[in-house]
Design a protein around this ligand. Structure first.
Ligand code: FEO
Length: 411
């Protein structure tokens, strides 16, 4: 049994969120790569069925899972009884199943916002589909229950929206508040909270980070709603720890810093690795309480690197020189990190080279490009770092620690 989880709550696992509202999505136990996001624990594509006087399906699943989704729906109702299919988000992990679903549900009308409607045909051949485009503020009555819709543009696509059922106080939040975690369980109180939050952070760092401002705006709206349950489109449903996930999102979206520094490096013949260790040593000599994370970029997936950077105020970045460039994996990492548009990280470039420059200089240019403040001039070793170079690394590590602590304190 999972640590800290009651047997009663394990026993309560099923598909029901509330009377007549069921999870009908799919678990993808084997997926490990989500468009370059390394997901070692798999994923779920959550969809929800609300049976009332009218029946609505909230979101579909990734295309290869459409038949499983239809089987799950069939266990709850006749496919001909589904009146609405709500599309909160067009990305294929949720909407990829639409063609199969719209074909199999003869009575269903696809419900989406105007932006989604405008983009729908970019993905799908929609001839023959009944489509209802939502006007701003429009609601959908299912009988005893109502569905309201809130556009959440760029959280994390232009057409993204969430669906709210006021009578049940459930927010179907689509990607927001999700986690990539394959599980047969449904709820957050059936799994150790720190693990779910760690996966939610991983998800946020790699998928949502560039849209912090929009997330804060969405949170403002969400906090005006009376919510007892948040049912995302990935991972576990929040019914017990809503305060924790909402607070975490606020921290991540506002770029709040932790007392932490990251040392990223790639090395060819251990010189840059030796410099990285000395930077770590200098940082730890300055502060025992600072969390200093040392990551060899060829030994860690992009997603782990991004997650560690999310709340770090400082980063030292180093590389050996290969063919007058930084190491290729470091170039890929920095390209990925640039796209995520983290809040600024103060830091510096370091690394080794032989007969010509390249690695350190490339990283220094990257610092300029992303407008991250630099604490010291780039530190370069020729072949092996000398004692003088190692002393500079140690001093720079101390400054990195001092700056990280000050920025975390101010944050
Ligand atoms: Fe889970 Fe943006 O798709």
């Amino acid at each position: 049994m999972r640590r800290g989880v009651s047997p009663l709550k394990i026993a309560m696992a099923g598909t029901e969120l509330a009377r007549g509202i069921d999870a009908v999505g799919c678990v993808d136990w084997s997926v490990r790569d989500f468009h370059s996001f390394d997901i070692q624990k798999g994923a779920t594509y959550n969809a929800y069925l609300i049976r009332d006087e009218k029946t609505a399906l909230i979101d579909t699943v990734k295309a290869p899972f459409a038949e499983t989704l239809l089987r799950n729906i069939r266990e709850k109702t006749d496919l001909a009884d589904v009146d609405y299919v709500v599309c909160n988000h067009l990305e294929p992990d949720h909407a990829g199943g639409l063609p199969a679903v719209m074909k199999a549900l003869p009575s269903a009308t696809l419900v989406c916002n105007a932006k989604c409607r405008a983009e729908l045909n970019g993905y799908f051949q929609t001839d023959g589909w009944k489509i209802q485009t939502l006007a701003p503020g429009e609601t959908l009555s299912l009988g005893r229950r109502t569905l309201a819709f809130v556009n959440t543009p760029m959280v994390h696509w232009p057409e993204s929206m969430v669906t709210y059922c006021p009578e049940e106080k459930i927010l179907f939040s689509n990607d927001a508040f999700g986690q990539h975690l394959a599980t047969s369980l449904l709820f957050d109180d059936q799994w150790p909270l720190e693990e779910i939050l760690a996966e939610a952070k991983n998800y946020y760092a790699n998928i949502v980070t560039p849209y912090g401002k929009q997330v804060l705006k969405t949170l403002e709206t969400v906090l005006t709603l009376d919510i007892q349950m948040i049912a995302p489109s990935h991972g576990l449903i929040w019914r017990e720890n809503l305060g924790e996930i909402l607070a975490a999102y606020k921290n991540w979206a506002s770029g709040r810093y932790a007392a932490k520094a990251v040392v990223l490096f790639d090395s060819m013949w251990e010189s840059s690795a030796r410099m990285a260790e000395e930077i770590l040593r200098g940082a730890k000599e300055k502060s025992d309480s600072l969390d200093v994370v040392l990551l060899h970029v060829r030994r860690n997936p992009l997603s782990r690197i991004a997650t560690e950077l999310l709340d770090a105020p400082c980063a030292a970045i180093g590389s050996a020189t290969l063919n007058a460039q930084m190491m290729p994996r470091m170039a890929a990492v920095l390209n990925y990190v640039k796209g995520l548009r983290f809040r600024e990280k103060s830091g510096f470039a370091f690394g080794s080279s032989g007969w010509g420059p390249g690695g350190v200089e490339g990283i220094a240019r990257w610092f300029e490009e992303v407008k991250y403040p630099t604490l010291v001039e780039p530190i370069r070793a020729i072949f092996r770092p000398t004692d003088e170079v190692l002393a500079r690394c140690r001093a720079a590590g101390a400054l990195l620690a001092e700056t990280a602590l000050a920025k975390a304190e101010e944050s």
